[in-house]
Design a protein around this ligand. Structure first.
Ligand SMILES: [Fe+2]
Length: 330
């Protein structure tokens, strides 16, 4: 049998700054046994030189050192945008309240008191690295959401009648996802999909988008291209792949009379079947060039009548339940 290849996991890199050779070697050994890559320096000046072209995953530094001490080193590191998020732990022989307070005021994440216990060392470092990975993931998620909001606003800003539509559709969509107990990741994609569902309207000229009165057949044909155009935009963005069904299929109807593909029933992805109900509900309850705003109760009744025609009957039941429950509170 051919042995399975082992895929090496890149080691986390720790910069260890300690002037006492014996202590530094001891700590480095503990860390290396646990598969960390340790870069050792004997003082703050050397550490800063190393950091000029190297970004560690964590810095572990003594406080009392000749020349640039641990506190000065910490202050210097935090001035550098590239290093500002690297977790920093102090090693100290001095467990006094004063040095702890000073470190805390500076925002140092934690202390390890010498002599170092191997178990403490590894558990503290593992916890810091895990925390820092979580913060990074949260930041990336936030950055994605901000990008999505900017994209969605670019469309809404042009379309005078749909101001607030995206926010409301997103709110209702998240209510549905909560009711259906969707996991966090699907909820996130629901938010992205709801915000971006009309992104393809970027191809529609302003005079058609904001036209009062009926669209000509040619204008209507162009308008109907927005799901495909939107899906094409998202297809090039790796973190938005799961939002594509919302964009491409939100104008499909349960009975097959929708567009762009005329899909029927459960051929239409669940995400789009949910969004279709919400999109129509919000469009009818707000003023548009071709109709005035209609009362919520009247529109909920209309949605009920469309169960099994335009909309998935099972989802209509959930939608009516959610709206009756949550709309009065909002
Ligand atoms: Fe649309």
């Amino acid at each position: 049998m051919i042995p399975k290849p082992t895929i090496p996991v890149p080691s986390k890199r720790i910069l260890l700054v300690e002037d006492n050779d014996a202590i530094r070697e001891g700590i480095a050994q503990h860390l290396q046994i646990d598969n960390y890559l340790v870069i050792q320096t004997g003082n703050g000046t050397e550490a800063l030189k190393v950091l000029n072209n190297f970004t560690p995953d964590l810095i572990l530094s003594d406080i009392n050192m000749p020349g640039i001490d641990g506190i000065e080193l910490y202050k210097e590191i935090r001035k550098n945008p590239r290093l500002i998020t690297v977790p920093f732990l102090f090693l100290t022989a001095d467990n006094s309240a004063q040095s702890r307070r000073l470190g805390r005021e500076l925002g140092v994440e934690d202390y390890l008191t010498k002599p170092i216990n191997r178990q403490d060392l590894l558990s503290t470092i593992n916890a810091r690295l895990l925390r820092s990975a979580e913060v990074e993931v949260a930041h990336i998620g936030q950055a994605y959401l901000e990008t999505v909001k900017v994209l969605a606003n670019a469309i809404e800003g042009r379309d005078h009648y749909t101001r607030g539509h995206v926010d409301r559709v997103t709110k209702y969509a998240l209510w549905m996802a909560e009711e259906l107990r969707w996991p966090d990741e699907q909820m996130r994609m629901m938010e992205f999909g709801a915000r971006l569902h009309d992104i393809g309207k970027i191809i529609i000229p302003d005079q058609i988008l904001n036209k009062r009165g009926r669209l000509t057949p040619e204008e209507w044909a162009l308008m109907q291209q927005h799901p495909v155009a939107g899906e094409k935009i998202l297809s090039g963005i790796s973190h938005l792949q799961a939002a594509r069904p919302y964009v491409l299929y939100h104008h499909e109807h349960w009975d097959g009379t929708g567009y762009p593909e005329g899909l029927q029933g459960r051929e239409i992805p669940l995400e789009a079947r949910i969004l279709a109900i919400i999109d129509v509900y919000d469009a009818l309850t707000t003023e548009r060039p071709y109709h005035p705003a209609r009362p919520h109760d009247e529109v909920l009744h209309y949605v009920e009548l469309q169960a099994g025609k335009y909309f998935d009957s099972d989802l209509v039941v959930v939608f009516l339940d959610v709206m009756n429950k949550r709309l009065p509170e909002s």
